[in-house]
Design a protein around this ligand. Structure first.
Ligand code: PSU
Ligand code: MN
Length: 289
């Protein structure tokens, strides 16, 4: 763990965990690092300490330095909660997903995290079924994740139902429905709406006092894209035709969208990741005792 993050955790200071799968697999090579660094700047601008998580040289690092972050390219292993131990023993470069990052946050005592869009239930309930480990890990981790909802290439209503079954509160930041990643409107209803960072922090604290685990906070993107659905359908068809499955689906679809939208989805994705990081920082600061 880096010194700054370790000290902040020890003092009960505001720390926000950030993931590396979106750095390695969510953007074209080279671009992801800039997204990661911008998230760190946004967390700092809110007055909190960023802790970007990943596996390097056998170590689970909490608080990657810039030169370390640069090693998270497209060849990094995608590391969910079940993959942490093997990636570490095998000295892989391991890019942690939301679920993988939450598992580490749990181990070191970080309560706040930001990402672009949570993973969830893939569309059409494929065989074999494909449900992101983000959900189970969120259910068992005392942390609040800020995201632009669930990635809309998934079955978002099914994901919302599963989050309810798992007892995960789904909060809307100033909205009554869960944002749809690129789009702001049209998602399933949230379980409660909160208006401020302080209110989100208070609900999280109360949830934990009551014995609860993780919470999701959906923040709609400031500049939503409302016309991406046809492209998503085309991307999912292409994935199917090319036999892309499992862990590879989300990166394949995101890169298809980035390419076929002429970079619009990429710009939107970059912006919303930064906005979510900023809000997570504000909530971490608001939560200080
Ligand atoms: N948000 C983004 N881009 C991403 C992700 C989130 O804007 O690439 C990543 C997260 O790491 C999340 C993962 O955990 O997508 C979900 O992948 P899967 O569906 O394979 O679990
Ligand atoms: Mn999956």
């Amino acid at each position: 763990m880096n010194r700054e993050v370790g000290d902040a955790i020890a003092e009960g200071g505001p720390v926000v965990a950030l993931e590396t799968t979106l750095v390695a697999h969510g953007f074209p090579p080279g671009e992801g690092v800039e997204v990661g660094l911008e998230s760190e700047r946004q967390v700092r601008a809110a007055g909190a300490v960023p802790a970007t998580v990943g596996v390097l040289d056998g170590e689970v690092v909490v608080g990657l330095a810039e030169d370390e972050l640069e090693r998270f390219g497209a060849d990094a292993r995608k590391v969910g909660p079940r993959d942490l131990a093997a990636a570490s023993v095998q000295r892989a470069v391991g890019a942690t997903t939301v679920g993988g990052t939450l598992a580490v946050a749990h181990a070191v005592g970080i309560r706040w995290m930001a990402t672009g869009g949570l993973g969830g239930v893939h569309r059409g309930f494929p065989h074999p079924p494909d449900v992101s480990a983000d959900l189970a890990q969120l259910a068992r981790t005392r942390a609040l994740v800020v995201s632009a909802g669930v990635k809309s290439l998934l079955d978002v209503p099914a994901t919302a139902e599963l989050l309810e079954s798992l007892g995960v509160p789904v909060l809307g930041f100033g909205v009554d429905t869960l944002p749809l990643f690129y789009a702001a409107a049209g998602g399933p209803p949230v379980s409660a709406r909160v208006e401020t960072a302080a209110e989100a922090a208070e609900v999280a604290r109360r949830h934990w006092e009551l014995g609860g685990g993780g919470l999701l906070l959906g923040r709609p993107p400031d500049e939503p894209l409302d016309d991406v659905e046809p492209l998503i359908e085309a991307a999912l068809c292409a994935a199917h035709d090319e036999g892309v499955a499992g862990q590879a689906v989300t990166p394949f679809v995101l890169s298809y969208l980035h390419r076929e939208s002429g970079g619009r989805t990429q710009r939107a994705n970059k912006a919303l990741v930064a906005q979510n990081a900023r809000l997570a920082g504000e909530i971490a600061v608001a939560a200080r005792p």
